[in-house]
Design a protein around this ligand. Structure first.
Ligand code: SF4
Length: 615
């Protein structure tokens, strides 16, 4: 069944029909008669956000290269479209063939952010697929998930059939091959899941049962299928130069958040910030070579017609060939009349030289992330930026004419005191004074202090620390507001505490939260990552009705002996290392960037660490 005719009628009535039409340049089309696995790649947010996500392009490309697999895209419809679909009884559909999602063999969600869990469930509802794995039959697709939030998959354990941990390039083709064999065998659904459980990197939650203590903590996690592994090791692409990267990316018809050609220049990070989940779970650092990046850049520009090219990584300046790479990419862009954008640059003299050459940067302002206001707290979190680095970069920026500077900080970090908040205000004041000293003027110069709230994440050295209470966050925000309002030319922005609180609940939650998530969606929660849609009252109601105390997950200190809900998942970084880093944080002692020498995180037991000691 295809839904093209029914959809055509709706498209005339919705805000952005281009979100639902598909058929974009470079999108895939296949003859379904030869397809053994129909894979629905589901992004639990709108088209504009999903199409800006590089992982979608990578997975779409990898899967559609296989003749027997057809990967189609599925996005969450915006509120106006969803209302019409529900009214007309039209189920959620794929963009490529306008098929109902229910017709897919595997429905694979990417989980980028905990607050998108409600959209995953809402999308199942719109597809007519039962929420819980146990309620689904052979008539329904297998529901899968991957991405960073799969590293604590437990809140979705009753909902998702299997999780894929680590690099999709490695694991997805194997899942599709296993599916093809299972489909041909005609065996029961359970048999496919049993096969998957034995593929490295796959976690099938139904094969494990947590046993709880009276106080609600986990006593143990028991296996109920003897061949399910005791630890699920994430999959790792060892050499990025050997895996395919999309050169013919899909080009959307409508504006998306990032409308540009994009190349991932490396995966992983060696810096070891102790709050950062990405810095731990994407280890080790694997670089794409300069020549390979240049080759992809030229091909992408030619095949997409994009007018902007960007390079992506967790810390752009850390690529070992960054200077020649940027010089050569600037050449490619100049020749093709394409602009180059370089996010996450360290603000050193090379970067300023490059930023000067690239047009348009001054308009968008300069961003910098010291994360904490004092050297003491930056040592605790292992952010290797000194006061001198900050002022040096700001001095250079002001001299070069930047007049709009944005600094990112976090509040609620472990061991934080009000003196650390004073440090944020002091930095803001010193930068405005610096501007006055250099330019002799105060007007038209703005420093924005943007503050987010610390959310402890699984698989980080800070995974045992509690989140601040809402009251304490409010007090800290107010304190900063009062301090900053007296400084001319400073704007203060901060994140809402309620969103961060819910994020903390699910980031370190367990499978007792599956019912809470379902209840929240039944009450109307969706698009919770969007400020205008997040409804805290409904979340509290859902928690209350399912008997969950959110503080148990968000604000409790976890003991080092406690069994953590994600202990089954092995990111390659050992728990012993995380513990040691936690203790180093408490002592205020910094650990070196592993480019200066290995500090023993454990990932090199699994694969080669090529960046080790390269500085
Ligand atoms: S094994 Fe050593 S060098 Fe490699 S990422 Fe871990 S700490 Fe760094």
């Amino acid at each position: 069944m295809v839904l093209t005719n029914q959809l055509d009628k709706l498209l005339m009535k919705v805000e952005k029909p281009g979100r639902y039409t598909g058929g974009e340049w470079n999108s895939a089309s296949k003859d379904l008669s030869g397809i053994k696995t129909r894979f629905g790649f589901a992004f639990p947010d709108t088209y504009e956000i999903g199409m800006s996500y590089l992982g979608l392009q990578i997975i779409y490309h990898i899967l559609n290269k296989k003749d027997s697999v057809f990967c189609e895209r599925i996005f969450a419809p915006a509120i106006d479209m969803e209302e019409l679909m529900r009214k007309e009884g039209i189920p959620l559909f794929t963009l490529e063939t306008k098929s109902p999602v229910k017709d897919m063999d595997i429905l694979g969600f990417t989980l980028q952010y905990e607050l998108s869990f409600s959209n995953l469930i809402n999308m199942l509802d719109l597809s007519g697929i039962p929420f819980k794995s146990a309620e689904r039959t052979k008539e329904h697709p297998f529901v899968a998930a991957g991405g960073p939030c799969a590293f604590n998959p437990e809140p979705l354990a009753d909902i998702v059939d299997f999780f894929m941990l680590g690099d999709g390039e490695e694991i997805l083709p194997e899942v599709c091959e296993a599916h093809e064999s299972w489909k041909m065998s005609g065996r029961e659904k359970e048999e496919f899941l049993k096969t998957l459980a034995q593929i490295p990197g796959i976690y099938v939650p139904k094969f494990y049962t947590p046993v709880y203590e009276e106080n609600g903590t986990i006593r143990s996690i028991e296996r109920n299928y003897e061949k399910a592994p005791l630890q699920i090791e994430k999959r790792i692409v060892e050499d990025l130069n050997t895996v395919d990267f999309p050169e013919h990316c899909i080009v959307p018809f409508i504006d998306t958040v990032h409308d540009r050609a994009v190349i991932e220049i490396f995966r992983g990070c060696t810096r070891g910030c102790r709050f950062c989940q990405a810095g731990m779970i994407y280890r080790p650092v694997r670089e794409r070579s300069k020549d390979k990046i240049k080759e992809i850049a030229m091909s992408q520009i030619e095949s997409t017609g994009h007018e902007e090219l960007t390079i992506l990584s967790l810390s752009t300046s850390d690529h070992s060939e960054i200077e020649p790479l940027v010089q050569e990419l600037m050449g490619v862009c100049r020749e093709n009349n394409v602009s180059l954008s370089l996010p996450s640059l360290r603000l050193d003299s090379f970067s300023f030289k490059v930023l000067e050459e690239i047009q348009g940067y001054k308009k968008s302002g300069l961003t910098f992330a010291p994360e904490a206001g004092t050297q003491r707290l930056r040592d605790v979190i292992n952010k290797s930026i000194t006061d001198q680095d900050i002022y040096h970069a700001m001095e250079k920026a002001i001299e070069l004419g930047w007049s709009n500077i944005k600094l990112y900080f976090m509040v609620g970090l472990p061991t934080e005191t009000f003196e650390d908040l004073d440090g944020i205000a002091e930095i803001a004041r010193n930068i405005t004074d610096l501007n006055y000293r250099i330019t002799g003027k105060r007007g038209r110069f703005n420093v924005t202090i943007s503050v987010s709230n610390f959310v402890p994440k699984a698989h980080t050295p800070f995974q045992w620390f509690p989140q601040d209470s809402a009251e304490l966050f409010h007090k800290k925000h107010q304190y900063l507001k009062d301090k900053l309002k007296s400084i001319k030319g400073v704007t203060f922005q901060y994140h809402g505490t309620e969103v961060s609180y819910m994020e903390a609940v699910f980031a370190r939650g367990d499978r007792r939260l599956s019912d809470t998530l379902i209840k929240a969606v039944e009450l109307g929660c969706k698009f919770d990552g969007w400020r205008e849609h997040f409804n805290y009252g409904l979340w509290i109601k859902a928690l209350d009705e399912t008997g969950i105390d959110p503080d148990f997950y968000a604000c409790r200190v976890r003991s080092f002996e406690e069994v953590l809900p994600w202990d089954l998942i092995d990111s390659g970084v050992t728990k012993a290392f995380l513990l040691e880093e936690n203790q180093n944080a408490v002592k205020g002692s910094q650990s070196v960037d592993c480019r200066r020498g290995c500090i023993g995180c454990g990932i090199n037991q699994r694969v080669n660490c090529t960046m080790e000691g390269t500085l």
